[in-house]
Design a protein around this ligand. Structure first.
Ligand SMILES: Nc1ncnc2c1ncn2[C@@H]1O[C@H](COP(=O)(O)OP(=O)(O)O)[C@@H](O)[C@H]1O
Ligand SMILES: [Mg+2]
Length: 189
């Protein structure tokens, strides 16, 4: 469960990106929709401890994002809207790096990465330099990365932007099959 308590963000004196947001997110999957500039990315960044709110706070599974930041990071994985792959590394290599940084052993990381790549129909591209993948395929690698980590809470900022309709369905069904709590932003209604 995520409780958002009066979260406000001002990037400068004039503009409120978020103004006193209160919400209880109880469902397994929560979708944040809104116009460009509505504040979706700002909210995701604050909840995933990458940005301080100007005021207010939130708890994730009972942990306060400001006081229990380290613990919050241990139970979540987050894919930013602007995430970029390292071009010379293959999807499998980057996913292994990411998962090992999160504490997986090398062999666990490889097995989980392969499973997630297979789930998103990327298995045949697992060893290709990421530079050679299409934009949509790169986006799917990040979704695979977030899912493979098996974190209890997952944040995805526009995971399906630029994806063709079939890839979009693959992402939605991968999300549905997961047990994690997911908060995602999207323009697909
Ligand atoms: N780093 C920043 N500095 C100043 N203003 C920002 C910054 N990031 C976002 N904003 C502003 O905050 C508002 C919300 O942006 P954002 O959260 O990215 O919206 P969304 O993700 O819904 O498109 C916009 O008006 C945007 O211009
Ligand atoms: Mg955004």
């Amino acid at each position: 469960m995520i409780e958002i308590n009066g979260v406000t963000k001002r990037y400068d004196r004039k503009l409120y990106a978020l103004k006193g947001i209160n919400a209880s997110l109880k469902e397994r999957v929560t979708t944040v929709i809104g116009r460009n500039g509505a504040g979706k990315t700002t909210l995701i960044r604050i909840l995933s401890t990458q940005l301080f709110p100007s005021s207010g706070t939130a708890t994730i599974e009972g942990l306060d994002i400001l006081k229990d930041t380290k613990k919050v990071r241990q139970i979540m994985s987050s894919i930013p809207q602007e995430a970029q792959l390292i071009g010379i590394l293959s999807p499998l290599e980057q996913m292994q790096l990411y998962l090992m940084a999160r504490g997986f052993t090398a062999s666990q990381a490889k097995a989980e990465a392969k499973d997630a790549l297979d789930e998103l129909e990327l298995y045949d591209f697992r060893n290709a330099p990421s530079d050679t993948l299409s934009g949509g395929m790169k986006r799917k690698v990040f979704v695979a990365m977030a899912l493979a980590a098996k974190a209890p809470v997952i944040f995805l900022d526009e995971p399906t932007t630029g994806l063709d309709p079939l890839s979009r369905i693959e992402v939605w069904s991968a999300i549905k099959r997961l047990a994690s709590k997911i908060i995602l932003t999207t323009h697909y209604m």
